[in-house]
Write a protein that binds this ligand. Structure first.
Ligand code: MN
Length: 255
């Protein structure tokens, strides 16, 4: 099995090394194509107005001055052009990618892109920042990911589906289990804008996310991560709102 590893935290991120280690337990044919710089929050963006620079780090690792989506395209269509990967793994992201994070996340976008080009793709994220813990517990992702990935690959995947996997902020032995979840929705507006002044007195702004617990339904990714479970959410590339589509079709059929 040939595996392409990428991320959005950048080529030097500790989570990328963790994922290379995870992939190495599944195959000895592991390739890395990851962004030169941190691309968190890049979503599914493409570089169309700038050239892509690619730097080779070793026999099977490349850094691309671009987005996670650029990296998947360069990995599949350029680096591994002759023999495409059988699996794309994206992450391990430093921080959970759940609920509204899904459309902002470059980690998940790389898996969207992999699915788009017909390759089974899994996004992996390590939750941290719970209960005052400021260190990402990479050992949890490293301990839990290999068997989980094998278990997922043993199933038939429906077309246009990718997997969004999040590991809880718990030590490996304290993980409560694994839950198949739905994408949740936070019940508070967590986006914060911090205004500061530069040396000329001109205001500038930092976007930030406050980490607050809400009270989500127990079939969601939010509930799983808040309660110490590994969360597996199958996501669909097709964003059509099926119920609304049916409703409007009926209304508009009457002219
Ligand atoms: Mn990130």
């Amino acid at each position: 099995m040939r595996i392409l590893v990428t991320n959005d935290d950048g080529i030097d991120a500790p989570g990328l090394h963790a994922l290379r280690e995870i992939a190495g337990t599944l195959s000895d044919n592991v390739w890395v194509v990851a962004p030169e710089t941190n691309q968190s929050g890049a979503g599914h963006s493409l570089s169309l107005r700038e050239p892509l620079r690619m730097r080779q780090l070793d026999d099977r690792a490349y850094a691309v001055r671009g987005t996670p989506t650029d990296c998947v395209i360069m990995g599949v269509r350029r680096v591994l052009f002759e023999t495409p990967p059988d699996l794309i793994l994206s992450g391990v992201n430093m921080g959970q990618n759940i609920a509204e994070d899904v459309t902002y996340s470059g980690t998940i976008a790389a898996a969207f892109e992999g699915t788009h080009v017909g390759i089974r793709s899994i996004a992996l994220s390590q939750a941290y920042g719970f209960n005052g813990n400021r260190r990402a517990r990479w050992e949890t992702a490293i301990a839990k990911a290999p068997s989980l990935i094998q278990r997922l690959l043993a199933e038939d995947w429906h077309p246009n589906v990718l997997m969004n996997v999040n590991f809880p902020d718990r030590a490996p032995d304290d993980v409560a289990g694994t839950l198949i979840t739905r994408q949740g929705k936070r019940d508070e507006n967590l986006l914060a804008i911090d205004e500061r002044r530069d040396t000329w007195g001109t205001p500038y702004y930092w976007l930030g996310f406050e980490r607050k617990l809400s009270n989500p339904p127990n079939d969601t990714d939010l509930w799983a991560i808040y309660n110490g479970y590994v969360s597996v959410t199958p996501l669909s590339l097709n964003l059509t709102a099926t119920a609304m589509h049916a409703h409007l079709t009926e209304k508009f059929a009457k002219g």
